[in-house]
Ligand binder design. Structure first.
Ligand code: NI
Length: 183
């Protein structure tokens, strides 16, 4: 089922999400719905707060970046209770977008590599170093679980330049080709 995506201005996007204690049939359905919602909206990652659930769950599929980044090919993951435990000193810039900030794209600098600990859709533990677009996506999505949006990484002056557009967005003055919600 395609779910509406909560947009900038929704309080759920500013909350720290709760850890997930167990794998339930409801959680499995939610994971499937989040993938469907993400693919429908043309995204490469989706965090549960973006569909209004304040829990530590991310779905991602980096495949659309495979042409420029071979690592991204088939890089589809479910991450439950992910933790970013180590980062490379090396940083890189990437033009980020977010389904919760329709049609806004901004260059954001982040560590190039990241060590990710997480549980997968079978509650199996993983501890891996990621690089390339998967490293970028997991940092962006883990931020969502901590109530952080990519615009929060901007220097105050750059965020100020964007403030009128963000205020409009929070009032519903934007267009998107997928179902959205503010509230
Ligand atoms: Ni996002």
């Amino acid at each position: 089922m395609i779910l509406p995506v909560y947009v900038y201005g929704s309080p759920v996007l500013k909350k720290v999400a709760e850890p997930i204690a167990e794998l339930t049939p409801e959680l499995k359905i939610l994971i499937a719905d989040m993938f469907e919602t993400m693919y429908h909206a043309g995204g490469v990652g989706l965090a549960a707060p973006q569909i209004g659930k304040s829990i530590r769950l991310i779905v991602m599929d980096a495949s659309p970046f495979a042409e420029d980044d071979p690592i991204a090919e088939g890089f589809k993951r479910v991450l439950i209770n992910p933790e970013l435990v180590e980062f490379s000193d090396e940083e890189c810039a990437f033009n980020e977008g977010c389904l919760s900030l329709p049609k806004l794209y901004v260059d954001i600098k982040r560590p190039a590599k990241v060590r990710v600990k997480y549980l997968d859709e079978n509650f199996k533990e993983h501890d891996e170093w990621w690089e390339g677009t998967p490293a970028r996506i997991v940092q962006h999505e883990t931020d969502h679980l901590n109530g952080i949006l990519f615009v929060d990484h901007l220097a105050p002056i750059r965020k100020k330049l964007m403030s009128s557009r963000l205020q409009k967005m929070a009032k519903g003055d934007f267009t998107s080709r997928y179902k959205t919600k503010i509230g």
